[in-house]
Design a protein around this ligand. Structure first.
Ligand code: ZN
Ligand code: ZN
Ligand code: ZN
Length: 274
C-alpha cells in the first residue's frame, strides 16, 4: 500500500489564517514543509480519506487524477474533514468522465452528505457506517473497519483500519487516546503495517493532549499499548499528522525529536509506501 498526504494541518491551517502567533510567524518564515493545508490523504491513488475545502487545491497541487477516485472514507463531520458542498462538483454539469463518487460516513457526516449525493445521480452515494461493523470499499479491494475515536461526539468520529493487498493500516485522525473498544477492535482486525496518528499537540509541551486530540507524548503511550496487545511492533511504520500551531512547534522544530522516537513527521505531499 501507499499513502500520500495532501494536507497535514488541523482546522486553522499552519500558519493559521489570521494568526500572528510566534509558531505561525516561524512557519511562514521557514516555508516549505512548515506550511500545511487541512488534513487529507489518498491510499493507492484510489481511496481518499476525508473531503475538506482544500480538496480542489490538493488535486491541482499534486496533479492527482481524481477521475479514478471513487471511494472516500469520512472520519467525522468537522469541516476540516468534510465540506459536503464540494461533493456536488462530482455531479454532471460540473465534471465529466470520472468514477461515481461514493462516500462512507458515520451518522452526522452521512446526514450532511445525503442531500448532496441524492441530487448528484450517476451512481454517486453515501453509505452509513457504524463503529465495529466492517465493510468493503473500492470494488472489494479494501476491507475497512471503523472504530470509535475519542473526539467531539456530535461529529460522529471514527478511526479507520484498512486492509488491502495483504497489508493493514490505521488512519487515526482526529482522536485522543483510543477508547478501549478501539484497542480490542484492532486486536481482532490484525497486526498493523502502518499507522497515521493524530498529533495536533505536536511535541505535547502545551497541554496534556489526552482527550479529543493527541501529541507525540500520548501517541507513544497508545503505540506502546498497541505493541503490548500484539497489534503493532518494531516493524510497524509510524507517522504523525494533523498539526496545530497550538501544539507549539513547526515541522522543522519537531522533526528531530519525532524521528529519534521512530515517527515520521508528515508534511503536505509526503508519500509513504509500506
Ligand atoms: Zn481535524
Ligand atoms: Zn498561530
Ligand atoms: Zn475534528
Amino acid at each position: 500500500m501507499k499513502i500520500q498526504y495532501f494536507g497535514t494541518a488541523a482546522y486553522e491551517g499552519v500558519p493559521a489564517l489570521f494568526c500572528g502567533c510566534d509558531v505561525c510567524r516561524r512557519s511562514a518564515a521557514a516555508g516549505g514543509r512548515n506550511l500545511r493545508t487541512r488534513q487529507q490523504a489518498l491510499v493507492d491513488g484510489v481511496l481518499l480519506f476525508d473531503f475538506n475545502a482544500d480538496t480542489v487545491c490538493h488535486a491541482q497541487k499534486y496533479a492527482v487524477d481524481f477521475s479514478k477516485i471513487g471511494d472516500c472514507l469520512i472520519t467525522h463531520s468537522h469541516c476540516d474533514h468534510l465540506y459536503p458542498d464540494d461533493a456536488e462538483i462530482a455531479a454532471h454539469g460540473y465534471s465529466y468522465g470520472h468514477l461515481p463518487l461514493h462516500f462512507y460516513a458515520a451518522k452526522d457526516g452521512y446526514e450532511k452528505l445525503r442531500p448532496f449525493t441524492d441530487k448528484m445521480g450517476g451512481g454517486a452515494g453515501v453509505t452509513l457506517v457504524e463503529s465495529g461493523r466492517q465493510f468493503f470499499a473500492a470494488g472489494g479491494k479494501y476491507r475497512v473497519l471503523p472504530l470509535p475515536a475519542d473526539h467531539d461526539a456530535a461529529s460522529s468520529p471514527v478511526v479507520y483500519a484498512v486492509e488491502g493487498g495483504g497489508k493493514r493500516m490505521l488512519y487515526a485522525h482526529d482522536t485522543g487516546v483510543f477508547p478501549e473498544e478501539t484497542f480490542s477492535g484492532l486486536q481482532k482486525f490484525g497486526r498493523l503495517d502502518f499507522i497515521s496518528f493524530d498529533c495536533t499537540g505536536c511535541l505535547g509541551e502545551s497541554g496534556d493532549w489526552r482527550r479529543g486530540h493527541m501529541s507525540l507524548k500520548t501517541v507513544k503511550e497508545v503505540f506502546a499499548k498497541l505493541c503490548a496487545l500484539g497489534v503493532a511492533d518494531e516493524f510497524t511504520v509510524k507517522a504523525v499528522s494533523h498539526f496545530s500551531h497550538n501544539g507549539g512547534q513547526t515541522y522543522d522544530e519537531m522533526r528531530a525529536s519525532a524521528e529519534a522516537e521512530g515517527y515520521i513527521v508528515a508534511y503536505d505531499g509526503l508519500e509513504i509506501a509500506f
